[in-house]
Design a protein around this ligand. Structure first.
Ligand code: NAP
Length: 244
């Protein structure tokens, strides 16, 4: 129960890594703000599961790329929780387009959700945080690049600059870190053929795709007092897929 009495805002918590993270925080005692945009039914399922296990959460519909919407979501959570202790900026999209397919509009949308959305989430939470921690979700592709998604890789590399700068600026009250997941079993990989999935598993030194709960546990660690002397880092959760 590392987060008893704490309030955590998790963006993109209706599915995948964000949903697992919201459930894990609630299991450890936090009141969680479950942000979502389109997947209302899934977000309700996350809340139902949390409440069934005796935890507490509230649903917060907001597009992270809208300053007004994410600010309203943070204000609402803060009012219920008496402030915000933890922000997990997780919401993200991956359009998986090649260089000759990606339009300026697609590029802008990816940057708007993944990078500007992370910035706006931090700015929305910050006025409610006297102390605590922020964790941003980057990607291994921030380091490796990818032949199908330069917009995505650029947005995730941008998060690393945001994290390092915020870590310097918000110290000593607020610690700011990132995780960079490798291949994780969420809807992002749902387009894979069985053959493609086998190739991914083979590529990973630990020989499997990661589970959303395994990213969640790294996020909880960075947000907890167990990481009390850690700020400005990016923790790889990738089964050894990319070793710096
Ligand atoms: P996912 O299953 O597709 O879930 C994405 C989440 O982001 C959903 O809850 C979605 O909410 C939310 N979202 C998308 N656009 C949003 C917006 N504009 N405003 C608010 N919420 C929004 O993806 P995932 O795999 O869990 O990914 C979570 C994070 O991990 C992303 O940042 C992703 O880039 C990163 N990541 C994932 C992997 C992987 O292999 N899975 C690897 C590296 C990094 P709605 O459905 O309600 O709209």
């Amino acid at each position: 129960m590392r987060f008893r009495g704490k309030t955590a805002l998790i963006t993109g918590a209706s599915r995948g890594i964000g949903a697992a993270t919201a459930i894990s925080f609630a299991q450890e005692g936090a009141l969680v703000g479950i942000n979502y945009l389109r997947s209302e039914r899934e977000a309700r399922e996350v809340l139902k599961r949390i409440e069934k296990e005796g935890g507490e959460g509230i649903l917060l519909k907001a597009d992270v790329s809208s300053e007004r919407e994410i600010r309203y979501a943070a204000d609402t959570l803060s009012e219920v929780g008496g402030g915000i202790d933890i922000l997990v900026a997780n919401a993200g999209i991956y359009q998986r387009k090649k260089v000759d397919e990606i339009t300026a509009e697609m590029w802008r949308r990816t940057l708007e959700v993944n990078l500007t959305g992370a910035f706006l989430s931090a700015m929305a939470a910050l006025p409610h945080m006297r102390s605590g921690a922020m964790v941003f979700v980057s990607s291994q592709l921030a380091f490796r690049g990818t032949p199908h998604g330069m917009d995505y890789a650029a947005s995730k590399a941008g998060i690393l600059g945001l994290v390092k700068s915020l870590a310097l600026e918000l110290a000593p009250e607020i610690r700011v870190n990132a995780v960079s997941p490798g291949y994780i079993d969420t809807d992002i990989l749902s387009g894979d053929t069985p053959e493609k999935r086998r190739r991914r598993e083979e590529e990973v030194p630990l020989k499997r795709i990661g589970r959303p709960e395994e990213v969640a546990s790294a996020i909880l660690y960075l947000a907890s007092d167990d990481a009390s002397y850690i700020t400005g880092v990016c923790l790889d959760v990738n089964g050894g897929l990319y070793i710096h």
